[in-house]
Ligand binder design. Structure first.
Ligand SMILES: [Zn+2]
Length: 294
């Protein structure tokens, strides 16, 4: 909490009425609006959307095993940590916990919740529609899960199929600080380090060697030739890397980069005056393609 007190007399007056007044004063101050959607009151929500310049964040994770040592909710925990810290630096409203992405490749592991493909898209669309109905004209999806790397740009692309009065932006997973772990793809050195900072009580570093996160590389296909079983072929334990190498210092460095990237994205989204305009023009032209000058 931050409280600015301009003069000594004001300070004295404030201290005189005691702690209760202070608490009320702080809660009423606009500067202390919470960033999380579910923490706002109804009246404060209106103020928050205006203060955010209609910009809202939708951090997306998943429910999946993260090696033998990290919690099933890891991806959402870390994406939300980043989104909330970024939104506090450049005010925006953060949508509540959203676990509903693409994770068919971990259906053989305990705790995975894998919704059907149409449900993933329908739920995302209805969530975005409802966010927009509540004033979020610019929705920045903050991805926390590698299995969503194709889904989210595809979701942004299919917004062109029918008119929407809002814009979807996707912030991909961040560039990572180089590490010792040569695989480092899932529950490895980087992700374990991040979680050591965001949720230290849920990291069990002593268990990180109890399964192998080595790349079994069981397919013999040329690079770039894609098939859905590729991940299972490499990492059947749903563990990719060496989580035991993790350190809190690496997690702090990675988080700083990720939060900086998210803040830069929020600023770019707020400054973007073109996307909504061009979308509108596109939807109008798409209704009458024969009228488009050739
Ligand atoms: Zn993960």
């Amino acid at each position: 909490m931050k409280l600015k007190i301009s003069s000594r007399s004001a300070q004295r007056a404030l201290f005189a009425v005691g702690a209760l007044f202070l608490a009320v004063g702080v809660s009423l101050a606009q500067g202390n609006l919470p960033v999380q959607w579910e923490d706002l009151t109804g009246p404060d929500f209106v103020t928050a959307i205006h203060k955010a310049q209609n910009t809202c964040l939708l951090p997306i994770g998943i429910l999946e095993k993260h090696g033998p040592h990290l919690p099933i909710g890891t991806d959402l925990f870390n994406a939300r940590y980043v989104a909330v810290h970024a939104a506090e630096r450049d005010y925006s409203v953060v949508f509540p916990a959203y676990y509903f992405g693409q994770i068919f490749e971990a259906r053989h592991q305990p705790g995975t919740v894998a919704y059907s493909a149409h449900m993933q898209l329908d739920l995302l669309q209805e969530t975005a529609d409802e966010m927009a109905r509540n004033g979020c004209r610019k929705i920045l999806i903050v991805n926390g899960h590698g299995g969503n790397n194709h889904l989210l740009p595809y979701f942004a692309q299919i917004q062109l199929a029918s008119p929407h009065d809002y814009v979807i932006y996707v912030l991909p997973l961040p560039k990572r600080v180089p590490v010792k772990d040569k695989v480092d793809a899932h529950a490895g050195e980087s992700e374990t380090s991040l979680t050591m900072v965001t949720h230290p009580d849920l990291v069990h570093l002593d268990r990180a060697r109890s399964e192998s996160g080595a790349d079994l590389n069981r397919l013999r296909l040329p690079e770039g030739l894609y098939t859905g079983i590729w991940w299972y072929a490499k990492f059947p334990n749903h563990y990719a890397g060496e989580g035991f190498l993790a350190t809190k210092a690496l997690g702090e460095a990675d988080l700083k980069n990720w939060i900086d990237e998210a803040v830069a994205a929020i600023r770019a989204v707020k400054a973007d005056q073109e996307s909504l305009k061009l979308q509108k023009e596109f939807y109008q032209k798409a209704a009458h393609p024969l009228d488009t000058p050739q």
